[in-house]
Design a protein around this ligand. Structure first.
Ligand code: PLP
Length: 359
């Protein structure tokens, strides 16, 4: 078997070392006589997996004691609902910065539940730029400010995170969590579906400042109340055991590479290679994102005509590259280069891009 040159946007490439480890333990985990997904989530073996994943995630991202780490289900999309359900305050507005389709969806859900407004938007500019902080209205009275740190579809990323706000900052980090170090104290809540940078789909990580849990009301449905899983180490009901197990293996892999700082360095190198291929192509490839807002995770670009784009994608496919078509809403091309995408695959893609443009 030849592993694909996988540039999928999500679910996305997993580290080969993780898949091999999982294969080794597929039939029997430890000496339990059974596979991970056959074990009780109340067994001491699964408790170990759950606790280790929690602790490693905390350690890798330097999460202080006054934050809870939750493993939930329902994807990042359910967080579009749970965030306003739990964090909106009586008579106060929730503010959203629109930087792409995912933040639009988050705002749409918030509006169903209370007063939510746009604090700044990059929409008029085809979401090429992250709005500058000076364009964000002064916010004092709001219940929170929501941002999407990396915009998977448009290929933009926040490089200056708002700090020292008077209201909690909530961030959807689905497509760039663990790609760079974070100053957790800047945030009230962070959420991320695992299937881009953390593991397989099925588990969603939520990091929430403990004092914000006091905002949740007893009238909330039990499973939509952050306090439920916070009070039971995310074992209130049956968790996605296989996904959490794979998350743990991905975290161990990340640590073996030297942690998040090392990952960031590799990510910068990988992104640099592709953006250079775009910038040095004499206009053959056009980057979608403005330079200052370029994403390290999703590199979006277009070619002059649809016909050329089609030929590019077909030839790329024939060479083993997959997942390079842009999102159906924007077209063009997109290379998603999350943590698990090897540097060599990125080099091969850049090489192919150069060769193709010459021809
Ligand atoms: C993929 C993605 C989502 C949606 O995640 P689901 O787990 O499919 O709900 C939300 N936000 C961002 C930024 C994403 O990249």
């Amino acid at each position: 078997m030849k592993r694909a040159l996988n540039f999928n946007a999500g679910p996305a490439a997993l580290p080969e070392a993780v898949l091999k480890r999982a294969e080794k333990e597929w039939l029997e985990y430890g000496d339990t006589g059974m596979a991970v997904m056959e074990m009780s989530h109340r067994s001491k073996e699964y408790e170990y997996i759950n606790n280790t994943a929690q602790q490693m995630f905390r350690k890798l991202l330097s999460i202080p004691e006054d934050y809870e780490v939750l493993f939930l289900q329902g994807g990042a999309s359910l967080q579009f609902t749970m965030v306003p359900m739990n964090l909106m305050e009586e008579g106060k507005t929730a503010y959203y910065v629109l930087t792409g389709s995912w933040s639009e969806k988050a705002l749409k859900e918030a509006k169903k539940l209370g007063k939510a407004e746009i604090a700044a938007s990059g929409k008029e500019n085809q979401y090429k730029t992250i709005p500058s902080l000076s364009n964000i209205k002064p916010l004092t009275e709001g219940s929170y400010l929501h941002i999407t740190t990396n915009n998977t579809i448009y290929g933009t990323q926040w490089h200056d995170i708002p700090a020292g706000l008077d209201l909690p900052l909530v961030a959807d980090m689905s497509s760039d969590i663990m790609s760079r170090p974070l100053e957790i104290s800047n945030y009230g809540l962070i959420y991320a579906g695992a299937q881009k940078n953390l593991g397989p789909s099925g588990v969603t990580v939520v990091v929430i400042k403990k004092d914000l849990l006091a905002r949740s009301k007893d009238s909330l449905p039990t499973m939509l109340d952050y306090r439920t899983q916070a009070g039971s180490a995310s074992l209130y009901n049956t968790p996605p055991t296989l996904a959490v197990y794979l998350l743990k293996l991905v975290l161990e892999w990340a640590e073996s590479l030297g942690g998040v700082k090392s990952l960031e360095k590799i990510n910068q190198e990988k992104a640099g290679i592709l953006y250079s291929a775009i910038d040095e192509s004499d206009g053959f490839y056009h980057g979608h994102a403005d330079h200052g807002s370029r994403s390290m995770m999703n590199v979006t670009f277009t070619l002059d005509t649809e016909e050329t784009t089609k030929v590019f994608l077909e030839e790329a496919k024939a060479r083993g590259f997959t997942g390079l078509a842009g999102h159906r809403s924007v077209g063009g091309c997109r290379a998603s280069i999350y943590n698990a995408v090897p540097l060599e695959h990125v080099e091969q893609l850049a090489q192919f891009m150069k060769e193709f443009s010459k021809r």
